[in-house]
Ligand binder design. Structure first.
Ligand SMILES: *Cc1c(COP(=O)(O)O)cnc(C)c1O
Length: 416
């Protein structure tokens, strides 16, 4: 008789998980120096410039532009690439709004391609199906630390003359066939929001090898103010997405640790995979060949049919056992938001979706990306921590085994 799950009043398996502070003395030292310098404004200070230089160097890229968030980085990227009202941009339906906020602010149209059911990243074949005369670019979201299949995506882009932005907010140091994510497309965008592998509370940065893209992206994040002494004369509309010297001070300290941090996430993930592989009804993610995961989140699938429950229900049972689960994972389906279903981005105008610049109507409704919708029902997403010990991981595996065992037995008894 399997033990009673905590969700039905049993004893939780996980008591207390090891935690830690990702900020420390190095951040404090650099912050203090920033404050003592008397300048916290990027155009006059040295730290944002230094962070850009160090970040670009770390990735082997020529240029970097630091901004106030990951969403801002993507907005500056699509702006630099020359997006126009009514342009279509193909992207993944499973993501954070940050992937497409910039597209919408430019009055362009996000078009959602379906995902690969195993990896939950965008499926190149589906991208191809969605290309129209209006398509200008692709935003490839490397979800949870796992790269999109970049070779076919770059080939499609080349064939159709599209740009490619890599959304690396969740995938610092993840790799695709020996290349770091962020260095494959035209521009790679990163977030420094609190939850990411590298953080300054908030913040973002983009990298590119093209000087023109670099210059234009810098203008897009800085009110289109030229900082080269040529005078103030904005030629296009651009927001103020500037990063402060305080953020850059913390970011510089975080950059020094990023390898160590990602490795710690990888160790936790590999230990967990080892322990839950073979549990009945649970399926770990098959890492495609040539991919290196960075495990911003840890996903596994459950066999919904043999267990008779969906992943969100399984997740609730795990939370009762004391396991941190991302319960809103099934809410990350972008086109299911009212903003799209009601086309209410800009008041009552229905712009950009039915705007005359677009010249046609786009339809957003449930069912347009069936693989994505199914993936959100069979995938459990754990919020892992790099501070977890082997003992923590063992307890979590035990909780997963217990919950899976309970539901499998319940289903079998029910069938008898
Ligand atoms: C966090 C995130 C963003 C946005 O980053 P912010 O810094 O929160 O604006 C964009 N895309 C993905 C996939 C993210 O996870």
């Amino acid at each position: 008789m399997p033990e009673k799950p905590a969700i039905f009043g049993g004893r939780p398996v996980v008591r207390k998980l090891t935690t830690g502070n990702k900020y420390g003395s190095e951040e404090i030292k650099l912050l203090k120096e920033a404050v003592q310098s008397g300048i916290l404004f990027s155009a006059e200070g040295t730290r944002v410039k230094e962070f850009q230089k160090e970040f670009a160097k770390f990735f082997g890229a020529k240029y970097a532009v630091a901004v106030s968030s990951g969403s801002a980085a993507i907005h500056a990227a699509v702006g630099a690439l020359g997006i126009n009202p009514g342009d279509e941009v193909i992207t993944s339906p499973i993501s954070d709004m940050g992937s497409i906020i910039g597209v919408l602010y430019q009055n362009a149209i996000p078009v959602f391609a379906d995902v690969n059911p195993d990896t939950h990243t965008i499926d190149p074949k589906s991208i191809e199906d969605k290309i129209t005369k209006k398509t200008r670019g692709i935003i490839a979201v490397h979800l949870m630390g796992l790269s999109c299949d970049m070779d076919p995506i770059m080939a499609i882009a080349k064939r159709h003359k599209l740009w490619v932005v890599e959304d690396c907010a969740q995938s610092y140091l993840s790799e695709y066939k020996g290349r770091l994510n962020g260095t494959i497309g035209d521009i790679g965008c990163f977030s420094l929001q609190e939850s990411k592998h590298m953080s300054a509370g908030e913040g973002g940065i983009l990298i590119t090898n093209e000087i023109d893209l670099y210059k234009k992206a810098a203008l897009y994040g800085d009110k289109c103010y030229y900082r080269d002494g040529s005078g103030r004369n904005p030629v296009f509309l651009a927001p103020n997405y500037r990063m402060t010297e305080l953020q850059a001070a913390v970011a510089l300290a975080q950059l020094k640790k990023i390898k160590e941090v990602v490795n710690a996430y990888r160790e936790v993930a590999s230990s967990l995979t080892g322990r839950i592989t073979g549990i009945n009804g649970v399926k770990t993610i098959n890492l495609p060949k040539g991919y290196k995961h960075s495990y911003y989140l840890y996903a596994f699938k459950i066999d919904v049919d043999t267990m008779g429950i969906t992943a969100p229900e399984f997740g609730k049972a795990l939370i009762a056992e004391g396991v941190p689960v991302r319960l809103d994972y099934d809410k990350l389906l972008l086109y299911a938001y009212d903003l799209f279903l009601n086309k209410s981005a800009y008041g009552k105008s229905k712009c950009p979706f039915e705007c005359h610049y677009y010249g046609k109507k786009i339809e957003y409704r449930m069912g347009i990306c069936p693989n994505a919708e199914k993936a959100l029902q069979d995938t459990v997403v754990l919020i892992t921590s790099r501070f977890w010990t082997d003992n923590d991981v063992e307890k979590i595996a035990e909780a997963i085994r217990k919950v899976a065992g309970y539901y499998l037995k319940r289903r079998r008894d029910y069938d008898l």
